[in-house]
Design a protein around this ligand. Structure first.
Ligand code: SAM
Length: 199
């Protein structure tokens, strides 16, 4: 199971796997429309590589929930002593107990291909977002490059991005609107909004 895989990699994650180029993370963060004071769910926090960039965006009044199902990854994130209104939740996004309509934004940085049941994860994310809230799926490498890396690792060889049109269809069927998929040469970003009901 992939939880075991990530737990087994936690101790060496930052040295061997995590993105080390802060300018790439900064550029990715700049593309996220997240305001000061926002309430944000970071899914697949891991060792917290993207956390400082999210905390910068939400400021001291914002709230960040860092969610990951691999306790060893989250343990390392916690040791980094991030300052702000931050909490940690060890659970599977596909089976979580968070309340409906809780977040202005949900960020999935380097986790989307790993969701076991992507439609179930999208349904949960949709449920957790406030109306008008955004889902951001983001990566600092291209979709193709990440698929190739995953295909070369036995434990995650089936953890692949769907075709972009399949991702769009899944998001749309769950209820997301204004879906933008930017499948770049060296980055990947999906933005999708939870419908605001106008009566
Ligand atoms: C590739 S790592 C990325 C970690 C971090 N975002 C980074 O870039 O360094 C994916 C993370 O997502 C977590 N994860 C995968 N599927 C998950 C799920 N269904 N629910 C919660 N966490 C999940 C894994 O435990 C792992 O820590």
């Amino acid at each position: 199971m992939s939880r075991d895989f990530f737990n087994s990699r936690a101790a060496t994650w930052d040295d061997e796997v995590a993105e080390k180029d802060a300018s790439r993370l900064e550029a990715m963060a700049e593309r996220l429309d997240i305001r000061l004071g926002a309430s944000v769910l970071d899914i697949g926090t891991g060792t917290g590589v993207f956390v400082p960039f999210l905390l910068n965006k939400i400021g001291s009044e914002g709230k960040l929930v860092c969610l990951d199902f691999a306790e060893e990854m989250l343990k390392i994130a916690k040791t980094k002593g991030f300052k702000g209104k931050i909490s940690y939740l060890c659970t599977d996004i596909e089976n979580n107990r968070l309340a409906d309509n809780s977040f202005d934004a949900v960020v999935c940085y380097s986790v989307f291909p790993h969701f076991n049941d992507k439609v179930k994860a999208f349904k949960e994310i949709y449920r957790l977002l406030k109306k008008g809230g955004n889902l951001f799926i983001c990566h600092t490498s291209s979709r193709q490059a990440i698929n190739e890396v995953h295909q070369s690792i036995p434990e995650v060889c089936n953890h692949l991005f769907p075709e972009n049109e399949d991702t769009r269809r899944m998001l749309s069927e769950v209820g997301f609107e204004d879906i933008i998929i930017n499948d770049g040469k060296d980055n990947y970003m999906v933005i999708a909004r939870k419908l605001v009901v106008v009566v």
